[in-house]
Design a protein around this ligand. Structure first.
Ligand code: ATR
Length: 276
């Protein structure tokens, strides 16, 4: 049986085994998918063990995505721009690295009826999560991408990287601190980890109003602070549960050559999460 894993530390609360088992069952595919807790200093060794075992692939989560990037023999363009890998495939002795986070976001936005083409996008945050989605945002051909971050120099560095990428096209890419973000944005994406401490990045509240869509990469049983603020100001909003399912579907497609349906599973996971 083909074996797949999700590697991380911590890993106990990962929903990936649940999601991939549901995909496999729905498509009648026989495979195993398990979570593995990897010691913080043990990622390279774990990969060697898995290669010896003849595994077919794995997802990689916090804090190993950069190490997975370095471990890969080959990288997709989107993984190269992300500087991080969340999907490894092992075939013919070659370890290939990809990053499906951005595709997951783009697909979830499409499901939500939120277009990117010709739109003006504000990306809050410039850490690993933000870097992971920039390629896919640019591939959606927005008119403008403004990156705002607490540490302004990091926003500038990510904007430079975006501008010099082959996906940039004619997109107007700019950067600033949160307070200085200005413009008429159609979509505001929270890629900061501020929600973890119950905070909202201090961007101007006037940017959120009816007609704007707010997307939080984080997800939780109840509305995240960012989602709650957006809704209270009349904006549309969603958290990152849909992206989680969509990035998993893209990993599944890379490994198995077939894309699972995601709509039902998103609904079921939402209900399960609310039940606790
Ligand atoms: P991740 O991989 O989750 O992106 P990261 O690389 O540490 O983690 O990046 C975290 C992001 O959230 C950064 O943009 C960080 O801002 P800095 O670059 O200034 O550190 C941002 N962040 C974290 N806590 C925040 C908070 N309380 N308010 C606003 N931004 C925050």
């Amino acid at each position: 049986m083909d074996r797949y894993y999700v590697l991380g530390n911590p890993i106990a609360h990962s929903r990936s085994p649940r999601i991939h088992s549901a995909f496999a069952a729905a498509l009648g595919q026989e495979l195993s998918y398990e979570a593995r807790l990897v010691p913080l200093e043990g990622f390279a060794r774990e990969i060697e063990l898995l290669k010896q075992e003849g595994f077919r692939g794995c997802n990689v989560t916090v804090p190993f995505k950069e190490q997975a990037f370095r471990a890969a023999d080959r990288l997709s363009d989107r993984a190269s721009l992300a500087g991080a890998v969340n999907t490894l495939s092992y075939d013919g002795g070659i370890l290939s690295g990809d990053n499906t986070d951005g595709e997951g976001l783009a697909r979830d936005l499409a499901c939500l009826g939120v277009p990117l083409e010709g739109r003006s996008v504000l990306l809050l945050g410039a850490g690993g999560a933000a870097r992971g989605i920039v390629a896919s945002l640019l591939q959606g051909h927005p008119r403008r991408l403004h990156i705002a971050n607490r540490t302004v120099s990091r926003a500038g560095a990510l904007a430079d990287l975006a501008r010099s990428s082959p996906m940039a096209g004619s997109c107007d890419v700019s950067s600033s601190g949160f307070e200085e973000a200005e413009g008429d944005f159609d979509l505001i994406i929270n890629a900061t980890s501020a929600s973890l401490s119950g905070e909202i990045p201090p961007f101007p509240g006037s940017l959120l109003h009816e007609g704007v869509f707010a997307y939080d990469l984080m997800y939780a049983p109840e509305d995240t602070p960012f989602v709650a603020r957006a809704r209270s100001l009349g904006a549309g909003a969603a958290d990152g549960l849909g992206m989680l399912v969509e990035q998993a579907a893209e990993s599944f497609r890379i490994w198995r050559g077939v894309r699972p349906d995601t709509a039902d599973l998103k609904d079921r996971l939402r209900q399960e999460m609310r039940r606790g």
